[in-house]
Design a protein around this ligand. Structure first.
Ligand code: NDP
Length: 328
């Protein structure tokens, strides 16, 4: 029997259990490419998955981990050959298909992105789904016609993974960036990433009015709920908000007033099923635009054995920026 180290989630009487196991290769799911995983990372969804705080896994046993980077070991797909560097985010990996908290993955070649030449696998995982989502949010605002001359942009959940990378990308694109955080002690960190101003997230997290004084031209919201409703209410006429997260809640307790009285647009962002052409251009732009020094400053590294601790920390809001897990 051939095995590899992996985190395995099983269903329990109450919720789930998550533990390291020697996983039998014979239990791998169908796929035309085998990848030797060198790095993975922990996203908020992984935290929910391993703690069972939300029903993320759709089959058991499951290997969590919605992202990984590594080297192709075996391929029957013409697009990939052994030795190629690859990365994967989303497509239900770690949810419905065995994921990245493992030394090995077998996946569909259609889900793989060739590792951009100028990104290391560790940098790709420092970006991961969170950074990819931040990039998709910026692209959504740009596609809508937003630009830095229109006014400032607010980023909520600023000290989290998506928020931190969104700040670096928006700063690089020339925006004046307002960072909303519940961690004022991270002000210097956020300013070093490119935030021009820090606001307390408490300003946005309680029930508010349908319309407020316009403060920002655009927004990247990773928080949802009252925070998103209040951001929409304070967007200038004909501005836009890219909504990509739900750290406060899945609800949107607001009104249509910003849409019908100010022409504000709400732009949805989905990283999981993002079409491949947009996926490839987002990774190209990340490789070109994301300042590597800033990426390093928002990244910490942890050994594979600590992945479950990091996953538990992220749902408690204890993780700043991004964590790369060194699997190899
Ligand atoms: P993190 O946990 O790294 O960051 C979330 C941040 O949200 C926290 O750091 C905190 O920021 C803020 N926050 C947490 N709880 C609350 C609360 N109750 N009220 C207000 N703010 C809160 O997660 P990620 O950055 O990885 O992900 C952010 C969100 O985006 C998640 O909801 C995630 O599920 C979602 N997501 C969606 C994707 C998509 O495809 N649409 C892809 C990736 C992520 P601070 O400390 O600065 O206040």
């Amino acid at each position: 029997m051939s095995t590899f180290r992996a985190v395995r989630i099983d269903k329990a009487d109450k919720g789930v259990t998550a533990a390291f196991v020697d996983f039998d290769e014979a239990e791998l799911m169908d796929g035309d490419v085998d990848v030797a995983i060198t790095h993975t990372t922990v996203n908020y969804k992984d935290g929910l998955n391993v703690t069972g705080k939300a029903p993320i896994a759709r089959r058991f046993p499951m290997i969590p981990g919605i992202d990984f980077a590594g080297v192709v070991e075996r391929s029957t797909a013409p697009a990939f050959k052994p030795g190629d560097g690859v990365l994967l985010t989303g497509y239900g990996v770690g949810e419905g298909h065995l994921g990245g908290f493992a030394q090995k993955a077998r996946v569909k070649s259609d889900w793989l992105v060739p590792l951009p030449q100028d990104l290391s696998p560790a940098e790709a995982m420092a970006i991961g789904t969170a950074g990819f989502t931040a990039m998709l949010s910026v692209l959504a605002l740009e596609r809508f016609g937003m630009n830095p001359d229109m006014g400032p942009v607010v980023v909520t959940g600023a000290a989290g993974g998506v928020g931190s990378i969104a700040i670096a990308l928006l700063h690089k694109a020339g925006w004046r960036v307002i960072a909303s955080t519940g961690r004022p002690q991270e002000a210097d960190y956020l300013k070093a990433l490119g935030a021009d101003e820090i606001i307390d997230r408490a300003e946005l997290s309680s029930p508010g009015k349908p319309l407020a004084k316009p403060r920002w031209a655009a927004g990247v919201d990773t928080v949802g709920s009252h925070t998103l409703a209040n951001v929409l209410a304070a967007i200038q006429p004909h501005g836009a908000v890219a909504a990509c997260g739900n750290a406060q809640g899945l609800d949107l307790p607001g009104s249509v007033a910003p849409f019908i009285l100010r022409g504000v647009a709400l732009l949805g962002v989905d990283s999981v099923q993002c079409p491949m052409p947009l996926r490839l251009s987002a990774w190209r732009r990340l490789a070109d635009d994301l300042d590597r020094g800033k990426l390093a400053s928002l990244t910490t590294h942890a050994p594979f054995e600590r992945v479950l601790d990091v996953a538990r920390d992220i749902v408690e809001g204890k993780v700043r920026g991004r964590v790369v897990i060194d699997v190899a």
